[in-house]
Design a protein around this ligand. Structure first.
Ligand code: NAD
Ligand code: LMR
Length: 329
């Protein structure tokens, strides 16, 4: 039986993450090896030609699951009928730009994109915001899509989650496949908190197994939280293939479910769980099933974790206040 293609809209399609992401979507890694996809790409007018070049290459791969590609420089058209939207394109911070300037510039992108999603996306739309500052950009888009359930707007902390798995696996000398229940709390920024107190290595508590507070505080947490900056320093450009890979993981897990006995990290709209103010888009441990996510409840949060979660959440509250003052939400 031929399945109806799923419409996937990708913004920033001509950028470096876009280039690493589109081929994986078209090959079936985003939704499943039996799910045909139709791509709708959004770019700014100056980058449409480059997006057309990428579309030519996508054609040249002859992916059996790719049923069509359309390219737009108009958000309203790009999100028409979208079932999945990957909001990658954003205004990068440039020299001399204050945080307020960055939030304002991105408000100019994510407000109309939220409105376009509200106006024309499919009823089952799922949105992942990758473009930074991802949590607050997701909040801006969500606030301008009043007819779309708020739980459809998420921001990406799966890259941080994957980075934490990699660092812990090296320290413990195990495969990442042996680690379960990693958590990233808070903002996708240097204040994020990668939490191993609930993580398990081969079924045993990870913090107890590693038993190294100095490594935890002075190596693991700063390495994960500042990895984005370290990649920029080393590569001369921000992470691209790993960010694309994490976006694939995020959507695949959201659609296809978390494994029994495990969870993932997603920045989702807070319902007040774990003292995170309602409405903020903050990273939590979540399970997914049948295309829906749920925040894992009932975890005991120790003092060490509490202080770090609170610090990252305070930053998110400040960002929300800043975009409120700018009239963006
Ligand atoms: P890039 O500069 O290579 O590409 C961005 C693309 O977005 C460009 O082609 C640009 O033309 C396009 N764009 C800009 N405004 C647009 C708009 N209004 N509509 C559509 N397209 C638009 O950047 P990149 O390396 O691909 O990174 C994209 C974003 O992802 C950045 O904000 C980056 O900081 C962020 N990022 C997030 C994570 C995460 O974990 N959440 C990780 C890595 C990067
Ligand atoms: C990352 O975590 O790699 C990026 O968010 C860094 C950045 O500022 O683009």
């Amino acid at each position: 039986m031929t399945r109806t293609p799923v419409t996937v809209t990708v913004t920033g399609a001509a950028g470096q993450i876009g280039y690493a992401l589109l081929f994986r979507i078209a090959s079936g890694q985003l939704l499943g090896a039996d799910v045909p996809v139709r791509l709708r790409l959004l770019e700014i007018p100056q980058a449409v030609k480059a997006a057309e070049g990428t579309a030519m290459e996508l054609d040249d791969c002859a992916f059996p699951l790719l049923s069509g590609i359309d390219i737009f420089d108009d958000a309203k058209k790009a999100f028409e009928g979208a079932n999945v939207a990957l909001l990658v394109g954003a205004r990068p911070r440039t020299k001399g730009m204050e945080r307020g300037d960055l939030l304002e510039a991105n408000g100019g992108i994510f407000k109309p994109q939220g409105e376009a999603i509200n106006a024309g996306a499919a009823d089952d739309i799922k949105v992942l915001v990758v473009g930074n500052p991802a949590n607050t950009n997701a909040l801006i888009a969500q606030q301008h899509a009043p007819d779309v359930p708020a739980d459809r707007f998420t921001a990406m902390t799966r890259l941080d989650h994957n980075r934490a798995l990699a660092q812990l696996s090296k320290k413990a000398g195990v495969s990442v496949a042996d680690i379960r229940k990693m958590t990233i709390w808070g903002n996708h920024s240097a204040t994020q908190y990668p939490d191993i107190f609930h993580a398990e290595i081969a079924g045993k508590n990870a913090a107890e197994t590693v038993n190294d507070q100095d490594w935890l505080e002075n190596d693991f947490i700063p390495t994960v939280a500042k990895r984005g900056a370290a990649i920029i320093e080393a590569r001369g450009a921000s992470s691209a293939a790993s960010a694309a890979s994490a976006a694939i993981d995020h959507v695949y897990t959201w659609v296809n479910g978390t494994a029994e006995g495990d969870w993932t990290s997603m920045a989702v709209v807070s319902d007040g769980s774990y003292g995170v103010p309602e409405g903020l888009i903050s990273s939590f441990p979540v399970t997914t099933k049948d295309g829906k996510w749920e925040i894992v409840q009932g975890l005991k949060i120790n003092e060490f974790s509490r202080a770090r979660i609170d610090a990252s959440v305070a930053e998110l509250s400040e960002e929300r206040e800043a975009v409120r003052k700018l009239g963006l939400i």
